[in-house]
Design a protein around this ligand. Sequence first.
Ligand SMILES: [Zn+2]
Length: 403
Amino acid sequence: MTYLIKNATYIDENNQLVNSDIRIEKGKIKKLGKLSQTKTDQVINGEKYLISPSFVNAHFHLGETIYRGFAPRDSLKAYLSYTESVASSEEKVHTTISQLSIAESIETGTSTISCARGWKAMKKTPLRGLLSYPLMKSKKLIKYYKNDLFEETLQNEEVLTKNKTQKVKVGLWIHSLDKIDEERLKQVSKILTKNKKIMLTIHVGETKKQMQRTINKTHLTEIELLDKYGLIRAQTNLVHLNHCSLKDLTTIANKKANVTLCPTSNACLNTGLPDISTMQKKGINICIGTDGLATNDSASLLEACKFTFLLNRSANISPKALFNMITKNPAKTLGFNNGVIKEGKYADLNFFEINKPNLHPIKNVLSNLIFAGPHIPSKRMIDGEFVFTKTKNIISNFEELVQ
Ligand SMILES: [Zn+2]
């Protein structure tokens, strides 16, 4: 379909409000400006909307939603042991939970996610994503890996391309340095040296204890250990980073690795908060992720921006910087051509009703979107097509699982 959005008010690549027409063709933003209606399948009156790029969630867990509202929040250890004790390893169960998590993401204006597995559930949705192979020992994954999970994944490089589609990239996901030994790290390093574009995701410095355990074991910080094996790189997404040294942040900046913060989840589990001011000063590419929905508990990235500001008050992060952390920056981290309204980018757009009282005064629209919520888009476009979520069946299948 070819769309022409007439008189649209949108957030441009510099995060300024602009008024012009937007032409959508073959899934992309073809042209911006004063445009003619010729050869257009559908003309949309843009005056009713504030249009933003759709959001990119740089860290998400599809399967954790099943524990929302009742998993303990006392500590990361308590949370992980609880979820491990009640986990199901059935692929069908994971797919059902994933469908709910995906629907919720779409509803809140997210077009792109980064998480572990979920390929089957993603096939049925319009979402884009980086879906990675989890390299960890967990009860949840027993059926997923028939024999040894590293043998299955790392010895068989086919897995790096098997589930790849036009919208889905495949990466590797190390849960944390607690769950992997140095021999395995070497194997990961070997694979990634050969496959430079493959993204590596890892939880790092989530808790102080986690940080200390690696130092005690190896006499290196987590970042030093990863760097020893060439794993601090532009295709690495370091998640959390509440606890690390200044030297570590310099290494991350020099190696152009990416950092994804999940302050809402961190505050929920009381694991600590990141030093965003220093990260910003060092020019690190910072993203915000929601983390799983049992420790957040919302898939809304706008809400995650608000908490990031409030929980890290001393960093005084501007609305523009916050907005970049859920659009441009994660699009760069995950390598997707979206996150900004610009000619040639994917037409992944959110349409917010411009006449909602909580968007006004519209002088600082990014601030209003982030702080005066909730804001849920009334229309969402992914890949140049409007997307709709039919949640009735998804919810009833999900509720059956919870029983
Ligand atoms: Zn996580």
